[in-house]
Structures are given as structure tokens and as C-alpha cells.
Ligand binder design. Sequence first.
Ligand code: SF4
Length: 109
Amino acid sequence: MSDIVNMAGNALKAGYRYVTHGMPNVTTEQANERMLICTQCEHFNNYVCNECGCMLMLKTRMATESCPIGKWGNLLGESGNYTPSLPEQPKPTPCLPCQQAREQGIKND
Ligand code: SF4
């Protein structure tokens, strides 16, 4: 019974972390890389992690999540002993006013 309560608590914490960080997702390639690690893990059970109780189809897509035993890290650099070599996130395209300000030398970030 306490396992179920712990797993429900973990899921709630994961949801809270995700929402409070603005619901950031990893790229499809990053999620696939995480899922590949999970499918080869001893705790993988029909797309549920037996260690934390999370649904892996969701967990592997959330940038705020990390493997509870350190097999892959989150993208916030807060936890996880092992972060696979993930490709750089593409830089967002600047909005038109920012682009024009940069071209005019008003803004240079
Ligand atoms: S999250 Fe970690 S412990 Fe859970 S299945 Fe994936 S690799 Fe294994």
C-alpha cells in the first residue's frame, strides 16, 4: 500500500515540477534516447517505471524529469548522475521587432 502512495506522490511531484517550470519538453530525439535506456532497464515494466511508478511515455518527454537511479538526467542540470549526449536545443527564432533592433545595433544579445 505504501508503494502505491509513494508512486502517486512521485507522480504528483513530477507534475508540479513540470508545471512550475513552464511545462518544458525535450525533443523527440531526446525522448527516444531516454526511452531506449528505459526499455533496457531492469525496472521497465510495460512502459511504467517500477522504481518511481511514472508512466514513461510522459516522463521521458518532460525536460524537468530524471531517472530516479541516475541512468539519465533532466535538462535543468539539477539531478541525475548520467545525462546522455543530447543534441543542442535549437535556438528560438527571434521575433521581428527583436530582429530589426539587432540589425539596427540597438540590441545585441
Ligand atoms: S526511469 Fe530509470 S529506473 Fe525507471 S525504467 Fe527508466 S531507466 Fe529504469
